[in-house]
Design a protein around this ligand. Sequence first.
Ligand code: ATP
Ligand code: SF4
Ligand code: MG
Length: 377
Amino acid sequence: MSLTPATPDVPAPAGPGTAAVTEAAEEVHTARTLADSRPPGDEVILAVENLTVEFPTDDGVVRAVRGVDYELHAREVLGIVGESGSGKSVSSMAVMGLLPGSARVRGSIRYRGQDLLTMRPKEQRGLRGRKIAMIFQDPMTSLNPVRTIGDQLAEAVLAHHLVPRKQALGRAREMLELVGIPQAGRRLGAYPHEFSGGMRQRVMIAMAIINDPDVIIADEPTTALDVTVQAQILEKLLEVKDAVDAAILLITHDLGVIAGMAHRTLVMYAGKPVEIGDTDDVFYEPRMPYTAGLLGSIPSLDGERDVRLRPITGSPPSLISLPPGCPFSPRCPLATDVCRETEPPLADAGGRHLAACHHSDQLAEAADATAFFKEER
Ligand SMILES: Nc1ncnc2c1ncn2[C@@H]1O[C@H](COP(=O)(O)OP(=O)(O)OP(=O)(O)O)[C@@H](O)[C@H]1O
Ligand code: SF4
Ligand SMILES: [Mg+2]
């Protein structure tokens, strides 16, 4: 059984139908880590080029995103990490078309070669929420408290496909099963408040995958949950990624979440990518002090209890009046005059690894790049 598209200009879902999803779910049931999940393909699904987003405000123009470039390949998990206010959500909201009307968005966001920013609104609606789906941090703000889970999931199907309601509800039940909600058929009639936080986040994952997306944007999907439930939800995300054959943009302020979850990692600072590469390279050979600082702020990467924290002191710059040069220079232990004068571009740091730093060679030579930051006493 496959769903029929509601509008003739929107192609039929290319991904697996109901039965195929169930089979795939069984197949991937044992997939627990990124290494077990299906590897990325060569095809570029999403290409973001020189994306900038500005918000004119009474205090001045907020330069929230200042030139973001990345490519997301089929089935790839790209982690986007950075402190609060670094532009992670605004850049992904631009992909989803969810920014307020006041936002000035420039650059290009190509989905399978088609630029979402110049596409007609009707075509955009056919893609966003369907081929590109989003999971938000707080399910309670995305779910309607007075409507049943089944109604809301079925509606997500009916928004994009002309199918009988019964079929949409069948799909909803199947998705709840896929994300591990027990007694899925019965729970279709439940309201959001009758679910635990973790279960609600599973419902949000079900909602995101119900129309067979190619791209899932997960913005801080586990921040509101306790650590054990966080791990279960991330594991579930990897499972469903394979079940629907989607790529994931995993957004978080917590570098610890990315480890083991993302093929590649992009680090954002003050609205710009400052380091991007294979996750192992970024973790074990950081070439930008801010990344090293984030690594030093993780309580423990290897479970050793006596590892001292080396936090980054100071706060991120104002996006209305950025300092000249490298925006990290006021907080950077390696900053020199050139840093305070010229903002470094992203440059080759070996292989697929890029970093924006005038002194990345000093990090390359250091035995422990986090040691540039002072230990907490
Ligand atoms: N509508 C808006 N008007 C003005 N400024 C905005 C608007 N939306 C976001 N911003 C600003 O854009 C910057 C980037 O915000 P964004 O939400 O992308 O940060 P983030 O990296 O997702 O942070 P967090 O980890 O807190 O979610 C912030 O300084 C924020 O205040
Ligand atoms: S360019 Fe200079 S200030 Fe910026 S991160 Fe590199 S060393 Fe630090
Ligand atoms: Mg955010």
